[in-house]
Design a protein around this ligand. Structure first.
Ligand code: GAL
Length: 329
């Protein structure tokens, strides 16, 4: 081939290379747009409310309530490489399939997914409830693969405690906790889990008499931060923050964080994005659209720190650099 014949080929190859590099560069910077309904890769609304997001095999996995139709949501799983393009991976807990009582006398709320490094299993803890919230139980499910099938491990009241709205917290050393609103929405119960995450082995009451729910905890350099809401059903209220050096004791008095209605959200989890230049902590909240629950939105806000204090501000949109672990307006 003569040089003048080769040149166009080289030019095309160079162009392709530049645009691929450009794409790769762009890909790790994502614009988070708040207030819109997320759509999945099949063009359907992302139904994963009250859940959490974990990192596994180079992807983020979002689990949550499918509020698209009934009082008793199925539990959906989605995966994403960039926290923006979400692929529906299937229903991981399903009415009439996973458990004979699911969808009959029981429903699931706030499903939370964890990976247990020791057993190499995926474990879901959730609120396991009757239609009128009288059961006050928790449910535990487990699978070898993140996508399922999940089998029931146990359902009931953890350590005989009436337990409702809930979350999980996995500490840096792998110890996991189930944290739920106990005793008719009066206290928060912090339940330490067995090494296999199958059962609660100890209980500590936190925020006694404070009537908190939707607790989301993160450990930042040995300081635990907990954001929670008051118990006002689907209606938003003032989120409050407390911190402690120990999970079991020493929590500071509750302080307001965010605006009067938590920017019309209720906390579902705090997501940690660790990158080459830093770490971004993301407040993930549900904007419940009761009575139009299928239209509920997932809101993501970058957590800021000012003079050592955690601060939450409303942002309609912001930019996250997934590779660097940094964010900007
Ligand atoms: C909220 C709770 C939700 C759901 C709802 C029902 O307070 O966080 O998970 O239980 O009440 O009204």
């Amino acid at each position: 081939m003569k040089l003048n014949q080769l040149l166009p080929t080289v030019a095309v190859a160079a162009l392709l290379l530049t645009s691929t590099v450009g794409l790769a560069k762009r890909k790790h910077t994502v614009k988070i747009q708040n207030g819109l309904l997320w759509m999945d890769t099949e063009g359907r609304s992302v139904q994963a409310h009250g859940g959490n997001i974990i990192r596994h095999n180079g992807r983020w996995w979002l689990i949550g309530e499918d509020r698209s139709s009934s009082w008793n949501p199925d539990v959906n799983l989605y995966s994403s490489k960039d926290l923006q393009t979400w692929k529906f991976e299937g229903k991981v807990l399903e009415n009439g399939v996973t458990h004979p009582e699911l969808g009959r006398t029981r429903m699931i709320e706030r499903p939370k997914l964890m990976y247990n490094k020791t057993t190499r299993k995926f474990v879901i803890w959730c609120h396991w409830e009757a239609k009128d919230y009288s059961a006050s139980e928790a449910g535990v499910f487990e699978s070898d693969a993140i996508t399922g099938p999940y089998k029931t491990v146990w359902t009931g009241r953890p350590l005989d405690t009436k337990s409702r709205d809930c979350n999980i917290f996995q500490d840096i050393d792998g110890t996991a906790y189930f944290i739920s609103t106990t005793d008719e929405n009066t206290n928060l119960g912090l339940f330490k889990l067995s090494p296999d995450y199958h059962q609660a082995v100890s209980k500590t009451l936190l925020q006694e008499g404070q009537r908190r729910e939707a607790p989301a905890i993160v450990n930042i350099d040995g300081l635990y931060y907990m954001i929670s809401s008051a118990c006002t059903g689907w209606d938003p209220n003032q989120a409050k923050l407390t911190t402690s050096r120990s999970l079991e004791s020493g929590w500071t008095p509750l302080e307001n964080i965010g605006d009067r209605i938590a920017f019309d959200t209720q906390a579902s989890s705090i997501l940690t994005i660790q990158g080459t230049q830093g770490t971004t902590y993301i407040y993930v909240g549900d904007r419940w659209m009761d009575p139009d629950l299928p239209n509920s939105k997932i809101i993501m806000l970058p957590i800021e720190f000012e003079n050592g204090k955690m601060v939450l501000r409303w942002r309609e949109s912001w930019t996250l650099d997934l590779k660097r672990g940094t964010w900007s307006d």
